[in-house]
Structures are given as C-alpha cells and as structure tokens.
Design a protein around this ligand. Structure first.
Ligand code: BGC
Length: 752
C-alpha cells in the first residue's frame, strides 16, 4: 500500500447503508500493467466499471484488528478503459459488525477503507491513485448488512452521489499483505424439498447443513419483497426452529426492481443453515426449487484427504466431518457458523487440527490464525480462549488481565496447533515463527499459582460438555486441575520436540518436563490410577468433580504420564468404566479426541471400534441416525424423542467431535506421521482391520505425493492390504501378524 494512501470514511453516518466509494479516472496512454491494492476496516467488494473484481468474499477477512489487517492485490490491467470508474462497496464485516461474547462488541464503530491503484504505462511512466478526499461517496443497494443478523438488498434503492469521502484519522492497525487463504464460494446445493410446516410456514430444505447463503434468481415486479430466515433444524413437530441461533437473526431481505431476471445474495455476511423459511414472498410468484441455490462459503482450501469404507453410517459420519470443517473454516477456525458466536475458539481448533490437516491443506490457513494468536499473546504468556480476541483487553495488575481466561486445552492450541501443522507439512520455518509463543505459554503455566510444576486453579472449560457432571452442566466431571496439569506436561513435551528440531537448547524444558510429570504423578496418581487432588476445582459445588474418569485415564495414557507397570491397570479400568456406562463414552471436548487412540495403542482396538460403531448416545453414530449432516456440539443436541438439549447452547455444526477422523485415518487406516518424519517424509502404516467395516480405503495428497491405505476382508476371512507410498516418503508398514517392511515409491500388497 502506498504511503500516501489515506484511510477514508463517509463524512456522516448514512444510517446502516453500505456506502460505495468511487473514483473515476482518465487513462493517459497505453497500459502495461495495473494493480489495485485494497484494505478496509469492515468488509468490501472492489469493482472496476461496475464489475466485481476477483472472487473473494468478505475481504480483507478476519485478523486481530487491534494489530493487523490484510490487504489484497488485484491485477486490473485488462479491466481498465479510457475512462474507468473504481468502486469499493463497504460494509461492517467482522471489524465493525457486532461480535458477541458476553455482550456485543465492535472493534470499530464505523467502517473505513484504504486503496492504491498503480497504473504503469507502456511509455515507462506510472500513475498512483490513492484514496483521499477526492473519492466520492455514493449510495448502494445494500441497505444494511450485519454478520449475525443478515443483509437487506434493495434493487429499487436510488443510486446517488452523497458527498466526498473524508479522512479517517483514528488509529488503524498495521496493513500486511494477504497471509491467509481467500474466502470464496464453493458447492452449490439445490433444495431437495419445499415444505409447508404444521404452523403453515413455507420452508425450503437443502438437505445439507452448511455455512454460506442462498442465492435467489427471480422475476417479479418492482417492490416485491422476499424475506428469508435461516435455520439448521426443524423441531419435533416439523416446524422451523431458530431458538438455538440465540441473538443472531440470520435474515436476508431482497427487494425486487422488477427489471427482468434478478439475482440476489448477500455480499457481507453468511448464515449457518440447512433450511430457509420464506417469511415474505410475492403472492403472485410460485415458489419453485429452481429459483433457490444454497452456496457454501469457506476458505479456499485444497482438499487433500479421502475416505470410504463398507459401513454407510461411518461414510455419512465422514461426510459430516468434512461439512463440519467446511462450515467452520470461514477464514478462521470457528466453533460454529450459525449463532451469535462464530469465534476462533482455540480449544475447538486444537482438538480438530490434525483432522483438518488430513482433509484439507490448511498450512496457510493456520499460519494466519497462529500469527494472530502470537500477536495477541499476553505479556505473561497467556492465550485467550478466542482468537482473534473479541473483548477489549483490560489490565488488572501486572500479571492479571481481567477478561482473560487462559484455559487449559484451549490456550494449549498455541503449542499443539503449531506442532500439528509442522507434523503435517514439515515446514520448519513455521514452527520457528511460533516457537516463542509456545515457550511463553509454558511460562504462563509455570508461573501460575503457587505450585511451579502443577497448573492448579484458574478458570477452565475442562472436559467441556462431557456428560458425567450432571444434567445441563457444561464442564465435565474430570478434575480440571488434573486436566490442566496433564496438558502442562503434554505441551512441555511438544516444546521439547519442537526445540530439538529447531536446534534450540531445550535442557531447561527437559528438566521442567521431568518435574511436571513427577508432580503430576504425585498429585494425581494413586495405586496406578488417576485420583482426586484436594485443591482447586475439587471443591466445586456447582458440579460433580472426580479424579478417576474415562477422560482422566485417556489423558494419562495418551500423554504418557504412567509408568509401564501401570499401563494394563489403566486400560482395564478404562474398559471397565466404558462397560459401566453401557459400552459408551462419558467424555467431552478434551477426552473424546484421544479415547480411541488410547484404546487402540494399548491393545484394545476392539473396544475402539465398539465405541466408533456405538449407536446409542453418546456416540458419533447417534447423530447420524438422527439425520445429522454435520457434527453436533452436543452428543445429544437432538434427543431421541425429538426434543433439544437446550436452547442456550445447541449448535448443529460444531466440528470438535469430528476429531474422531484422526483415529479413523491414523488408527483404522493406520497412516501415522513419525515424530522425525514431518510432512509425511517418514510414516508408519499399521492398519487395524475390523470385519464390521468390511473394507476401508483412504488417502492423503501429502507434500510428498499421494499416500493410500486400503484393506478389505476376503470371502475366506483373510484381509487383503494395499498400501501406496510415494517416492519422497519412507514408510514402515506393519501388518497384523507380519514382520515390518520398508516401503517407498510403490504399492505394497499383502494378504494376511
Ligand atoms: C463455544 C465452544 C467453546 C466453548 C468454550 C462455546 O460457547 O461454542 O465451542 O469451545 O464455548 O467453553
């Protein structure tokens, strides 16, 4: 962005309308090359002679606006005419829309933008057009646009000049070149059914829950109005259900000009939905499916993973996981796309990160988000639960920040995500960029409270949404001091691994790890099993707190906090607790991602499959049987009797439990990256076949090429394996009952 470009805004408030800033320019000769660089506090569409340039939606996207905002560069060489009008339509987007998190918050009260158009002529001269008071402000068809509430587009609105722009003298964040992916349109989905509900509502079902919007193509008369509200589910009576959207209206309004066929869609917001209700629709027009298309909106990621097996329900689960990722990878990893949140919840992203990096190439996506996380890290190493931070930061004392919950399993995203992204793509430089942040988070845990080697007290979400702490209680029963101290050890172990790769001196962290592990074992292990430690949340009166739970055993096993002679006792106890719960899990956000790994890595693959294939709630297939098309926030978001878990917090599109795919991929298919084989340079392939799936086949388009694992049961009960490994990968293939073999650059077939 050229230095002389100024941040501009409208002179006065023109209500909620999105203004269009315009500049008309006369060319001085033959153009060799022309580029436009644009950024905004808000979201913008950039036009040349009335035509939108590029396919980005909601640029400049969502960053830590307190620190940085991205600029986008467009090649406009072929779009210029003798007289060219540049237009920038500006709306609130994330920066000036309301983002809720215990109250509404806006980063900025009003929107502003900045742009630079550089025209190089064939005669060697150059012209620079920059935003300043010379730009005009015009009205637009976008009467109102808000992230949660929706958009009103009025084709009858008069387009007129209002005034010239004025300079926005407020502080602005640093402008940086685009770091992340662009958000763009993807799948187009036609309605599968037009429903009249018992209440008489006109509802269209697109058959798939997603993030995006509905495009309407229609002919009507001037002033005809279409009002549509979005929802994820119908209630048990078949009526449209919006209570779980809480304070988000998710309503788009389209007003027709009557001028032939008109196309409507919002430009600066998206909805999380499977259904729309036509609250208003012109009486003289027949409602036809062909007039409506649901358009999925998400970051422009390359698909890398594929999977299928002989069990249709698991295939549906996989599809739900993919759609969960699509819906929640709209520029940042969000919790959900529909209600008044859509925040970068760190815990959710942390547990899903490995799965995400199998399904899609998310290196760039995470590079940006982790960059924002590092910028927002508190001086004491604290990491907010939500990145970008939504609430303004208030300092209480030197070490305390009043609004910050640096929660275990959430803030650990600062260590786990860089590690997982390194593991998936082998990019050492990205690991280096994040190394300071990783160490500082360890420093936070170390400095927190009175115990140097335990993470006690604090405000945590714990084993969020686990079902073992009582009805309607959000934080699961597992003692959060135990979880926090276990994560302290785990994250420290990852910092050691990362430091060794970076050639850093990690002796301090090795000593720390030994101390934390010992302290954990002294406080939380008794007779070889996890136990209560009478501090912190052990004293909670709001919920049941336990030391010995499925989740606590899973964490001890997965994080390696046991001694070898305790292993069998731990796995037996875990099996016993599962049996006591009628063969089902009691785990929440933190126990669930690892439970199948903990079982299969310790000789109980049979039980891992039992849980994977369980159909009673809590289980993955319960939601599949209930007709889910994405992953739900709660195991029983929609109960068997058709009632809902709650109205307050009940998303049908939360990807966290979709993290089970990293077991399907790493366990069932058996493709695991070795600790010293980042970027799939060295892997171990040890599939776990199970008759109940019949066959399983999956692949990843890794940085080294395509890796595939395929097994199927033969009629004689034996299993045929087919493992394909590209040249750049060295795989150790371990098949049940066979000696390990090294495979590279070929397909290895075996029957056993
Ligand atoms: C979000 C979660 C998040 C949680 C933290 C919820 O409101 O939707 O997914 O991790 O809060 O407790």
């Amino acid at each position: 962005m050229k230095q002389t470009a100024k941040w501009i805004k409208t002179e006065q408030k023109y209500g909620e309308m999105s203004p269009e800033f315009r500049k008309t320019h006369l060319l001085k000769g033959n153009v060799k090359r022309a580029t436009a660089t644009v950024s905004a506090m808000g979201a913008y569409n950039f036009y040349v002679n009335g035509k939108k340039v590029g396919n980005a939606v909601m640029a400049p996207f969502y960053t830590s606006y307190a620190n940085r905002v991205q600029e986008q560069e467009y090649d406009v060489t072929d779009l210029l005419t003798d007289e060219t009008t540049f237009g920038i339509l500006l709306a609130k987007g994330w920066a000036a829309g309301r983002l809720c998190y215990g109250g509404d918050h806006r980063f900025r009260e009003s929107t502003s933008l900045i742009a630079h158009i550089c025209i190089e002529y064939t005669d060697g001269t150059q012209e620079d057009l920059v935003t300043d008071e010379g730009w005009e402000v015009w009205t637009s068809h976008v009467l109102d646009s808000e992230l949660y509430d929706g958009e009103t587009v009025d084709h009858t609105a008069e387009i007129k000049y209002l005034s010239n722009a004025c300079i926005d003298r407020d502080d602005h964040p640093t402008i940086v070149a685009q770091v992340g992916e662009y958000v763009t349109e993807h799948e187009n989905v036609a309605p599968c059914e037009i429903i009249t509900t018992p209440k008489g509502e006109k509802v269209l079902d697109f058959g798939q829950n997603m993030a995006g919007y509905v495009e309407v193509k229609i002919r009507g008369k001037k002033g005809d109005k279409i009002v549509m509200t979005h929802a994820e589910v119908l209630d048990r009576d078949g009526n449209f259900y919006t209570e779980n959207l809480r304070g988000a209206k998710n309503r788009n309004v389209y007003i027709l000009s009557g001028d032939g066929e008109e196309i409507f869609k919002p430009s600066f917001c998206f909805q999380g939905f499977r259904y729309i209700r036509l609250d208003e629709f012109p009486a003289e027009i027949e409602i036809k499916a062909e007039n409506f298309t649901a358009v999925a909106l998400y970051s422009d990621l390359k698909r890398t993973g594929e999977f299928s097996c002989g069990n249709d329900k698991i295939n549906r689960l996989y599809s739900n996981i993919i759609w969960g990722q699509r819906s929640n990878f709209v520029d940042i990893p969000t919790d959900c796309p529909q209600r008044n949140e859509r925040h970068g919840w760190t815990g959710d992203a942390q547990v899903f990160c490995r799965t995400a990096a199998i399904n899609y190439d998310v290196e760039k996506f995470f590079r940006k988000w982790l960059g924002d996380m590092a910028l927002e890290q508190l001086p004491n190493g604290g990491i907010s639960s939500v990145v970008p931070r939504v609430r303004p930061l208030v300092k209480r004392t030197d070490s305390q920040w009043s609004d910050e919950r640096c929660a275990t399993g959430w803030a650990d995203a600062s260590v786990i995500c860089p590690w997982e992204i390194y593991r998936a793509y082998g990019n050492v430089e990205l690991l280096r960029q994040n190394f300071d942040m990783m160490k500082k988070w360890i420093g936070y845990m170390r400095g927190f409270g009175d115990e140097e080697f335990l993470f006690l007290g604090g405000r945590h979400y714990g084993d969020w949404l686990a079902l073992d702490a009582g009805d309607g209680v959000y934080v699961g029963a597992t003692q959060t001091d135990l979880i926090a101290s276990a994560y302290f050890a785990y994250s420290t172990s990852l910092v050691i691994k990362a430091g060794e790769i970076l050639g850093e001196d990690v002796s301090e962290y090795k000593t720390l790890y030994a101390n934390v592990r010992n302290a954990f074992r002294a406080a939380f292990m008794k007779d070889g099993l996890p136990c209560m430690y009478p501090k912190g949340d052990a004293l909670s009166t709001e919920r049941t707190v336990k030391g010995l739970t499925q989740t606590s055993i899973v964490l001890v096993l997965y994080f390696g906090l046991y001694e070898e002679d305790e292993r069998q006792g731990l796995i037996d106890k875990l099996a016993e607790l599962i049996a006591e719960n009628d063969g089902r899990m009691t785990t929440g956000f933190l126990g669930t991602p690892y439970i199948l790994h903990a079982l299969s890595q310790n000789g109980r693959s049979d039980l891992a499959y039992d849980l994977l294939l369980q159909e009673k709630s809590p289980s993955w297939l319960f939601s599949v049987n209930q007709g889910a098309t994405t992953i739900w926030e709660h195991w029983d978001s929609l109960k068997e009797d058709g009632s809902f878990w709650s109205t307050k917090m009940n998303s049908f599109n939360h990807y966290a439990y979709g993290s089970v795919f990293d077991w399907i991929f790493g366990g069932a298919l058996g493709i695991m990256v070795d600790d010293d084989g980042a970027g799939y340079e060295k892997i171990t392939v040890s599939p776990i076949p199970d008759q109940r799936l019949g066959f399983a086949k999956g692949s990843i388009e890794s940085r080294q090429g395509k890796i595939e694992s395929y097994w199927r049961y033969l009629p004689d009960g034996r299993v045929r394996y087919e493992i394909t490994v590209p040249k750049g990968t060295n795989a150790t293939v371990k098949l049940p009952g066979k000696d390990a073999v090294s495979v590279s650059g070929k397909t290895y077939v075996a029957i056993g």
